[in-house]
Structures are given as structure tokens and as C-alpha cells.
Design a protein around this ligand. Structure first.
Ligand code: SAM
Length: 212
């Protein structure tokens, strides 16, 4: 059992142990979600233990979908929503390969995908390699495999002016910037509490016609 913001998170079913960096930007996402004057529709994709989505549900009036490819993750989320007394009407849990089973559009998409480069496996703490599932960590040679597939379709699932929070490795900033430029999304890169560029907030700006 661990804590994530003001939530209890069980991680006994082989899911990623939530990181402090993720907690840092989730707090910022919650502050933004709370500002909109109606319950927001939110997607926690690559949800693992469900820590991000559970913190959002607990601290906002939103409705939220969890999505992950792993069965263990889906079971873990079920346990964790109960543990935090979240009522069933406010969320759904979807098994999906990135967006393959996602039909909706959202006001906010919150994403902590696997992004560790296989090239850098030697730099990963052996304890992490032993404890955390490799499906949750690695994404091809440069760690961009899942992020690239995800960004390719993300606009289709954002409402006009909808907002994306995406966590990544600081070394991936330039590649992500290039993709967001091509997608004509507005964005701002942000540092984590350890002064590393760790996440981007991007918006599907409404320019008067569909721009997916
Ligand atoms: C870095 S973990 C994030 C877990 C949690 N959101 C957190 O922040 O602690 C990435 C998650 O992505 C999931 N995942 C990996 N490949 C996926 C794919 N193709 N489609 C959907 N989820 C995937 C893994 O099962 C894992 O739970």
C-alpha cells in the first residue's frame, strides 16, 4: 500500500509504483479541472494502479474513464476505487491498446505512458527492474514507441479546447515538441519538482473547424 496525494493506493497486483513526479503534475491537473464550471469528462490512460484517475475523482466532481492494456491493472483499479470510496456511477474501466477501445472525447486526457528507452536499460535501478512490470516501463529503443502512437490519435479524443497532460523522459522533449507542432496543438513544457522537464500541457485549440 502506498499514498498518492490524499488517496490510498494498493499496488499488490504487479502495477507500477506511483512516482513523486507523477503526483506533482497530477496536482496541477486537478487544479485546472476544478476551474471549469461543470463536471469535466476525463480520461486516465495508461492508468496502472489508477492513482492519477482516483486522485482526480476524489478531488473534483468529474466523470472519468480508466484505460490500460493490462488485466492486472484493471483488477488493481477496481480494488483502488473501492478503497477510496468512489461511487461506480463516476467511472468506467476499459481494457484498451492505447485508444483501440476508446470511443469518447474528453475535456482532459491524463497520460503517463511507458517511456523508458530500452537503450538505457543499464541505467535503470535494479530494484525498479525487479519490482515494476516491464510493460509499464519500456517503449522501444528510444522510449518513444507508445508516445508516438498515442499522440497520433490524441486529438480525435479531445474536445475542442480539451487539454492533455503527458509525462515523458526529459530527453524526449524535442521529439514531442516536433509532433505537437505538426498536430497544431498549443503546448507548454513543464519541469517537475526535481527541475527536470517532465511533462507537457497541450491544448486542442479550437480554430472554428475540425482539425483532427
Ligand atoms: C508508466 S505506467 C503508468 C501507471 C500509472 N498511470 C502511474 O502513473 O503510476 C504505464 C502503464 O501503461 C500500460 N500500457 C503499456 N502499454 C500499453 C498500451 N499499448 N496500451 C495501453 N496501456 C499500456 C502499462 O500496463 C502500465 O500500467
Amino acid at each position: 500500500m502506498t499514498k498518492f496525494l490524499n488517496c490510498k493506493i494498493d499496488i499488490s497486483l504487479k502495477v507500477l509504483e506511483p512516482r513523486l513526479e507523477t503526483e506533482y503534475w497530477t496536482k496541477k491537473a486537478i487544479a485546472m479541472i476544478r476551474k471549469i464550471p461543470r463536471p469535466a469528462k476525463v480520461l486516465d490512460i495508461f492508468s496502472g494502479s489508477g492513482c492519477i484517475g482516483i486522485a482526480v475523482l476524489k478531488n473534483t466532481q468529474s466523470f472519468l474513464d480508466f484505460a490500460d492494456i493490462s488485466k492486472d491493472s484493471l483488477k488493481q483499479i477496481k480494488k483502488n476505487v473501492k478503497l477510496n470510496n468512489i461511487v461506480n456511477q463516476r467511472f468506467t474501466i476499459i481494457q484498451s491498446n492505447i485508444f483501440s477501445k476508446i470511443k469518447s472525447k474528453y475535456d482532459f486526457i491524463l497520460a503517463n505512458p511507458p517511456y523508458v528507452a530500452l537503450d538505457r536499460i543499464g541505467e535503470v535501478d535494479p530494484q525498479v527492474l525487479k519490482k515494476d512490470p516491464h510493460l509499464a516501463l519500456f517503449a522501444g529503443k528510444d522510449g518513444m514507441l507508445i508516445i508516438e502512437k498515442f499522440l497520433k490519435d490524441v486529438k480525435k479524443h479531445l474536445n475542442h479546447n480539451g487539454i492533455l497532460f503527458l509525462e515523458f523522459d526529459p530527453l524526449q522533449k524535442e521529439k514531442i515538441k516536433e509532433i505537437l507542432e505538426k498536430k497544431k496543438m498549443e503546448y507548454v513544457f513543464q519541469k517537475d519538482q526535481f527541475k527536470k522537464t517532465r511533462f507537457v500541457i497541450a491544448q486542442n485549440v479550437f480554430k472554428g473547424k475540425s482539425n483532427n
